[in-house]
Structures are given as C-alpha cells and as structure tokens.
Design a protein around this ligand. Structure first.
Ligand code: CA
Length: 233
C-alpha cells in the first residue's frame, strides 16, 4: 500500500538519497528543507510518517517534533529522527520529544527503509503489506485478496481498506469520525453516514464465509472489529 512520507532534511544530497529510495519502494514522498516548509506541507496533506532531521536551519527537528506531538491533528504521525549526533542524551531528548525511532548519520538507505517499515508496522500496521490472519479470516494487502476459510471473498476497495484497518486494530471501538480519518484520510470531506454504508457493504462481503459478525455496532459510539464474535447472529 502506498504511504505518504514527508522528508525534512536541509542537506540536498541526503534529502535526494532518502527521497529516491522511498519513491523506489513505492512511497509517495513530500520534501521540506526546514520546519516551516514542513508545517506548510503538513497543513495541506497529513503524511503517514515523517523522517525528520535534527539539525535544520531555523527551528530544529526537535522543536518541530514537539509541535507535532502537541497538535491533535499530527499527534499520531510516526516520526523517525535523523541526526549526526550520536550522544546518548541526544537520543533520549529525541525520544522524549516524541520521536518513534532514531537513526544516526551516516546510515545506509537499507537501514533507513528497515526502520521505516518497523515503525509503520508498530504504529500503523494498516499501512504495511503484512499478511493478516484473524481466526479463519485472511487478508493479504500485497495481492488485495480476502479469504474466509476456503472461500475467496469479493471486497471493494474502500471496504478492503476498512477491513485492513479493523483487522490491525481489533477490539477497539472507533467512531465514524475516527474511521473517516483513518480509512478515508485526513482532509477528505465525507459525511459520517457514508461510513455506515461501507460497513453494510463490508458485512455483506463477509457473509459468504460467515465472518460478518466480527464487525460489531457499538450503540452511540461506533464500530468495533472483534477477533471472537458470538456464534449466533
Ligand atoms: Ca541537517
């Protein structure tokens, strides 16, 4: 699945190296040379992950990381700090500012890609291509296939994203607004009842293998995907 990654790095050669590798891996790349430019890009489109250099002209990467963590809209976006500093207290400062991981320059593109994948897996598993199995329900993001037991299920693109999100966030209740943010994306203006329509379609798509009861309606709150649904409907 394509993810949008913002690279904030003032050294053109390093920015280029990171951007090329990310593009090659299938990610959409946004680039900024400083914190201010980064904020402008973030206002226009919320990235799925940010690779953030520590030493930037103007506001530092640490300052930007703190701002991102204190803002409701950007709080959840994973951040990987990049820096030439190797001292232990810098690392701790970076993590305290809200960074999810930390890479010391010089690094190999391979290492960076591995870290990005690990952070996404931990923070946003619905953005990785890992095969997911819950009970006898199987979802393969790489091939966009869903199988319920022995039955191959036909799931539309939006329902697929919805199911992928649910299967990577089981047992938690999500409001319609949260599902819109997570599945449809930030800055997308869709009415909340659209969620209900797609939930209905998703349940219908799961019916042939009787997996529709995984999706529970929580009155007054939203929806939940449970790994162990009640046996009766
Ligand atoms: Ca720098």
């Amino acid at each position: 699945m394509s993810t949008t990654i913002l690279v904030v790095e003032d050294e053109p050669a390093i920015q280029e190296l990171i951007a090329v590798n990310l593009s090659f891996a299938g990610h959409k790349v946004l680039r900024a040379f400083d914190a201010e430019q980064a904020q402008t890009l973030i206002r226009a489109e919320l990235p799925d992950l940010i690779v953030l250099d520590w030493m930037l002209p103007g506001a530092s990467g640490i300052t930007l990381a703190r701002q991102l963590r204190s803002d409701e809209r950007t709080r959840q976006v994973p951040v990987i700090m990049l820096t030439a500093k190797g001292a232990e207290h810098d690392k701790i400062e970076g993590l305290e500012a809200g960074a999810d991981d930390y890479i010391t320059k010089p690094f190999s593109p391979k290492e960076l890609m591995a870290r990005i994948k690990a952070v996404l897996r931990r923070r946003a598993p619905q953005l990785t291509d890992d095969l997911i199995q819950i009970g006898t329900l199987l979802l393969d993001p790489a091939t966009h296939r869903v199988r319920g037991g022995e039955i191959s299920l036909t799931v539309g693109p939006t329902e697929f994203r919805l199911l992928h999100f649910f299967m990577t966030h089981t047992e938690r209740v999500f409001s319609r607004a949260q599902l819109l943010d997570q599945v449809w994306g930030d800055h997308v203006f869709v009415e909340e009842r659209t969620v209900d329509v797609h939930i209905r379609r998703l349940r219908k798509a799961l019916e042939p293998s009787q997996h529709e009861n995984h999706i529970e309606t929580v009155r007054g709150a939203g929806y939940r995907f449970t790994a162990q649904p009640p046996k009766f409907a």
